[in-house]
Design a binder for this molecule. Structure first.
Ligand code: LMR
Length: 348
């Protein structure tokens, strides 16, 4: 791993500083969507929380726990209304809805954030994290701090990093062990330039589809493969449309919990404190739950006997890292040395 980092560090030499593209932060100054129910002299606040996964997934359960804790901690004066499964918006529409105060909390995957802040592409560089502990340290260290600072220049308040798990590769065409085994496979990815370029570089044909469209695009034959966590592969039934699964752990699927900055600033300080406390408890709980839940979903996928499963060895992973060197080089220039080095030299 150290040799690989040395190669990568060398590739980072010619670097363009991170491009901070500011979106207008002038969030429409319409009245905030504080659903005020005047009960006596008190105000009640309603936080609308939109996400795109089922309720019995790590993120779905965490959202429900957050709503319960906020209700308890504020004696009911702050109510969190959850809109799961993309019932209101898909993962990209959520960003506009948040800035326009149609919802107040979203928890998009890191790859979805890259559309609005290219610096977040650093989290899509493949085969960088060895295990969940390394991910935790990245979230809690300088990298996590810098990524929230960056997204906050665009009107979003970074509230927490939530966990799901490592992404795996599934397809119906052939067993995938070596990098070039993905050649010609139509694979669905989230809308991240790094993900698109990673698969294009290996000869696959990636395309982006929203999470709720993936099953249909698999069953129609529009795509042959996907990359996702065991939890999402199982909960959305993707495995029913696949023959092969390669346990690659090539990316980590984490979520950026974001709030509308104006809405946050308008909350009374005691409500902010209660919301932060609730968020902290849920974040800690989710880190452990997500890891065990994904392990449980892997056992279900193994037990279903519907997938031929291959676990990449460390030697095989190194072949992928070597093959993907040009992708690291390209995105080290785009993302910038500061963030890439934070990723590679984080304090373990
Ligand atoms: C996706 O592949 O779009 C999902 O990872 C979305 C999610 O929130 O888990």
């Amino acid at each position: 791993m150290k040799g690989f980092i040395a190669i990568l560090a060398f590739l980072c030499l010619g670097v363009i500083s991170a491009i901070y593209i500011g979106f207008g932060t002038d969030v429409k100054s319409e009245p905030k969507a504080i659903d005020v129910e005047m009960e006596g002299l008190n105000e009640k606040y309603v936080l609308k929380f939109s996400h795109v996964v089922a309720e019995n997934t790590p993120k779905g359960l965490a959202a429900a726990m957050f709503a319960k804790l906020v209700r308890e901690k504020t004696d009911g004066w702050v109510e969190v209304q959850i809109f799961p499964n993309g019932v209101l918006y898909d993962a990209q529409e959520e960003f506009r809805a948040l800035l326009e105060n149609e919802v107040h909390l979203i928890a998009p995957a890191f790859s979805e954030v890259t559309v609005h802040d290219p610096n977040w592409m650093v989290m899509d560089l493949p085969f960088v994290f060895e295990d969940e502990l390394e991910v935790k340290r990245a979230f809690e260290g300088e990298l996590g701090k810098k990524l929230f600072e960056s997204i906050e220049t665009r009107g979003y308040k970074g509230v927490a990093y939530w966990d799901n798990g490592f992404k795996q590769f599934t397809n119906r065409i052939r067993p995938v062990v070596k990098p070039r085994d993905v050649e010609g496979i139509a694979v669905r990815v989230m809308p991240s330039d790094v993900l698109m370029d990673t698969y294009k570089h290996l000869g696959a044909s990636p395309s982006t589809h929203s999470f709720n469209e993936v099953y249909e695009t698999l069953s129609s034959g529009q795509i042959d493969g996907t990359e996702n966590t065991f939890s999402n592969i199982y909960s959305k039934g993707f495995y029913k449309q696949q023959e092969y699964m390669t346990v690659t752990n090539h990316n980590y699927l984490g979520y950026a919990v974001l709030m509308n900055a104006e809405f946050w600033d308008a909350l009374p300080l005691d409500h902010q404190k209660n919301i932060e406390d609730a968020m902290g408890e849920v974040t800690d709980w989710l880190r452990e739950y997500a890891k065990s839940h994904n392990q449980e979903m892997l056992e279900k996928l193994k037990g279903g006997n519907s997938l031929e499963i291959h676990f990449l060895t460390e030697e095989e992973k190194q072949l992928w890292r070597n093959e993907l060197t040009p992708v690291y080089q390209k995105y080290s220039n785009v993302i910038g040395e500061e963030l890439v080095n934070e990723l590679l030299y984080r304090e373990d």
